[in-house]
Ligand binder design. Structure first.
Ligand code: NAD
Length: 265
């Protein structure tokens, strides 16, 4: 589970990571910096972002360029400003549209409040659309022959959750469908789109949602052949692969990183 020896897989690439203030986004920022990328870390929370940026600089002192920008991915003007701020770096090569929420009041069809549905979809779905849109515009503006866009979906886009979170599940299904279509539409421009599908993993998002509810935890954990949730770094390694040229023929996938969870019965 530890980080592997860096091999310069992302050398010279300019990358943007949203939701970089914690969890998967922070671990991915660290691995991207280790692999030689120039990294722009983005998050809606300024305190989380400041702490995360300091962490990356501390653990990767050799990082070439790591900066941060506050961005609410549900606001197109923020996303546009974030992507355009990399114009002076030579344009964006990779964007990891990772920011997402799973609200504590997200429940089943009966009990999910409409405002939680809208909030979830504004961040999880519109955020990915805006990030994808401005990535394509930037790649074209800078006449890039290739680009990699990775959008975070979830295993709940593939299998139904017995502990309901309807707004979240529907939002991740939308991310998967959107990513597939983007992959087909932009393939001949050299722009690849893949959806990362993590299973539950140990990040603040999951811990906050589980709280102290042991029954809820058990309902989730029991599905894992590995007997444990995943760790953010295990997702981050997959994202490095999808961002790198090693995955040049990987396009439009539902890239499942789940310890076998979705294959278990
Ligand atoms: P996390 O809560 O640890 O981190 C998410 C980050 O996104 C936070 O720093 C938060 O401030 C930021 N964020 C929230 N709203 C934002 C907005 N509007 N604009 C910009 N940033 C915003 O979560 P995580 O577990 O690392 O999740 C990352 C992604 O992985 C999410 O899309 C999530 O849905 C997905 N995911 C997580 C799990 C899991 O079990 N943790 C499983 C499957 C998928």
């Amino acid at each position: 589970m530890a980080a592997t020896t860096p091999q310069g897989r992302l050398q010279g690439k300019n990358a943007i990571i949203t939701g970089a203030g914690g969890g998967i986004g922070l671990e991915t920022s660290i691995l991207f910096a280790r692999e030689g990328a120039n990294v722009l870390m983005a998050d809606v929370s300024e305190p989380a972002l400041a702490k995360a940026l300091a962490k990356v600089k501390e653990v990767v002192p050799t990082a070439l360029r790591v900066e941060s920008i506050r961005c609410d991915v549900s606001k197109e003007s923020d996303v546009q400003a974030m992507v355009e701020s990399q114009d002076s770096w030579g344009g964006t090569d990779v964007i990891f549209n990772n920011a997402g929420i799973m609200h504590a009041n997200d429940a089943d069809a009966i009990d999910t409040p409409e405002k939680i549905w809208d909030l979830t979809h504004n961040i999880n779905v519109k955020g990915v659309w805006f990030g994808s849109k401005h990535a394509v515009l930037s790649l074209r503006r800078h006449k890039k022959a290739r680009g990699s866009i990775i959008n975070t979906a979830s295993v709940v886009a593939l299998v139904g959750a017995a502990t309901p979170q309807l707004a979240y599940t529907a939002s991740k299904g939308a991310v998967l469908a959107m990513t597939r279509e983007l992959a087909i539409v932009h393939a001949r421009e050299g722009f690849r789109f893949n959806a990362l599908c993590p299973a539950p993993l140990n990040t603040p998002l999951l811990q906050d949602w589980l709280g102290d509810d042991q029954a809820k935890r058990f309902r989730r954990e029991v599905h894992f052949p590995t007997g444990r949730f995943g760790e953010p770094i295990e997702q981050a390694h997959a994202v490095v692969f999808l961002a790198s040229d090693e995955s040049s023929f990987v396009n439009g996938t539902d890239f499942v990183v789940d310890g076998g969870m979705t294959k278990a019965y």
